[in-house]
Ligand binder design. Sequence first.
Ligand code: CAA
Length: 259
Amino acid sequence: MDYKNILTEIKDGILYVTLNRPKQLNALNKAVFSEFEAILNDAENNDEIKGLIITGSGEKAFAAGADIKEFAHFTVEQGKELSANGQRIFKKAEIFKKPIIAAVNGFALGGGLELAMACHIRIASDNARFGQPEVSLGVTPGYAGTQRLTQLIGKGKAIELLMTGAMIKADEALKLGLVNYVVPQKELISKSEDIMKTILQQSPVAVAGVIRCVDAFFTDGIDGFKTEVEEFGKCFGTEDFKEGTDAFMNKRKPDFTGK
Ligand code: CAA
């Protein structure tokens, strides 16, 4: 895989995705979005890839938002299109069947925070900064920041951050439940790998089911409890279920195939 704005590398079943526009603090322009979508599409069908870790290039930024210079002269229609396309692609990440961890290594602002929130788990380095500063530019967030921030930290604090555009530090993001862990920057990737490796030892079929069940909780018109009944039931027909239960009864470690 060869992309201009994103670096990719596969190691031990993990696809490392590094947003790579460091001079622009990894701002998300159209090219980044189309490359990111292509990477997700490829990763979905590539059996070598079991999970993804997304980070930003350099020590300063995960991503400082949508590329302001690119959209500054957009029309109303172009603005809607930008938002709809970004939401569509980030939704793919949110319901991706393989685990995705955001390793937030610096600024995660606007679209950058929206990307991190679309990932399943967020690990932050201690220098990370979070915010939805769009109101300072005269826009609302457009890549589902108003929705996912509210889901993750609750209405009271989310609406404050969204209305003030304030930036918060990693320790406050941890207190709010916006990130799962905060670690020194040099430990960011190894902490993300530790969590990913624990997930990758579980049944990939069941992990994908968990992702769908949790997403169902937040999806209008879908009963998450019913989704859980379906997903639970489906597992009984899988090789992973036979392997997991057999391993338990024979006091050995399971070796899941994801089938
Ligand atoms: N878009 C385009 N370029 C950006 C950018 C962005 N979101 N964020 C930073 N850059 C560029 C800067 O323009 C600068 O480029 P030049 O050297 O060519 O001028 C370079 O990255 C370095 O940035 P700064 O000099 O500003 O670095 P700093 O350390 O002084 O400040 C910062 C860092 C506080 C993150 C500041 O860059 C900043 O406020 N950036 C914008 C953050 C923002 O408003 N994000 C929301 C974007 S809108 C959005 O995301 C909408 C949506 O939901 C869809």
